[in-house]
Ligand binder design. Structure first.
Ligand SMILES: Cc1cc2nc3c(=O)[nH]c(=O)nc-3n(C[C@H](O)[C@H](O)[C@H](O)COP(=O)(O)O)c2cc1C
Length: 223
């Protein structure tokens, strides 16, 4: 099984998002997966200009000659695609949004209705499953509402939404213990996805629990 992560954090390998991604991929590799971790910010990806060349002139081919062609090949060659991004302004980052827009070449100009909403048909049958990983600087799960709404269109098999994400790289020894315990469950989720295609109830509960109290978090941030 091949898993590819597209990480939209401007902090790339140093990001809080990547702390979660690395733990997830470690578990996935333990389960036997081949993994790749791509930092979108390091890639040359033009903004989609909406010319629809990839639909009407040359189906599947973009008018831009940039890194996206190579990334699309990696995407198509994977069994699981993971969108990983921090929350910026209650949404995914611009780098991730830019990447997601450029996936338009995987769609066709055929409108369909799905549970009362409109979407476009895939240009080639979808063979991938999807995962979403995100972290937010603020406490509270409302930070992920927009992202959940957007990514529901790919029907993710796993969504990891970590609030209070500033804890992930905190140097305080007490916090490190809490974070390492959390990351054990992230790793377990990677292992379970590869070996069972879903995560257990126990893993889900542990992924969703608060890491520290609201008061503690605000104190730690010094805000
Ligand atoms: C421009 C900008 C906008 C942000 N907007 C939000 C937000 O709406 N909600 C939130 O919880 N955190 C927000 N944050 C905080 C980030 O989500 C937080 O710093 C996160 O841990 C960064 O993750 P990363 O290290 O993976 O990039 C924002 C940060 C920046 C720089």
């Amino acid at each position: 099984m091949k898993i590819i992560v597209f990480n939209g954090s401007p902090s790339a390998g140093q990001s809080n998002t990547n702390v979660i991604v690395e733990a997830f991929l470690e578990g996935a590799r333990l389960g036997g997966a081949e993994t790749q971790n791509i930092f979108l910010i390091e890639k040359n990806i033009e903004h989609c200009k909406g010319c629809f060349y990839c639909w009407f002139k040359m189906p599947g081919k973009c008018v831009f000659n940039d890194d996206m062609e190579q990334l699309l090949n990696k995407y198509k060659d994977s069994d699981i695609v993971c969108f990983a991004t921090p929350v910026y302004t209650w949404n995914m980052t611009a780098a991730m949004k830019n990447f997601v827009d450029r996936l338009v070449s995987l769609k066709s100009p055929i409108l369909m209705q799905q549970n009362g909403n409109f979407n476009l048909e895939d240009s080639i049958p979808k063979t991938q499953q999807f995962i979403v990983i995100s972290n937010s600087g603020f406490p509270g799960d409302n930070n992920f509402n927009t992202m959940k709404e957007i990514f529901k269109y790919c029907n993710p098999i796993l969504e990891i939404y970590r609030n209070c994400g500033k804890l992930l790289k905190n140097k305080d020894e007490k916090i490190k213990i809490i974070v390492n315990d959390y990351l054990k469950y992230v790793k377990q989720s990677g292992y379970e996805i590869v070996t069972k295609n879903k995560i257990s109830y126990d893993t889900r509960v542990n992924l969703e629990k608060d890491l520290v109290s609201l008061d503690e978090y605000i104190k730690l941030l010094g805000m």
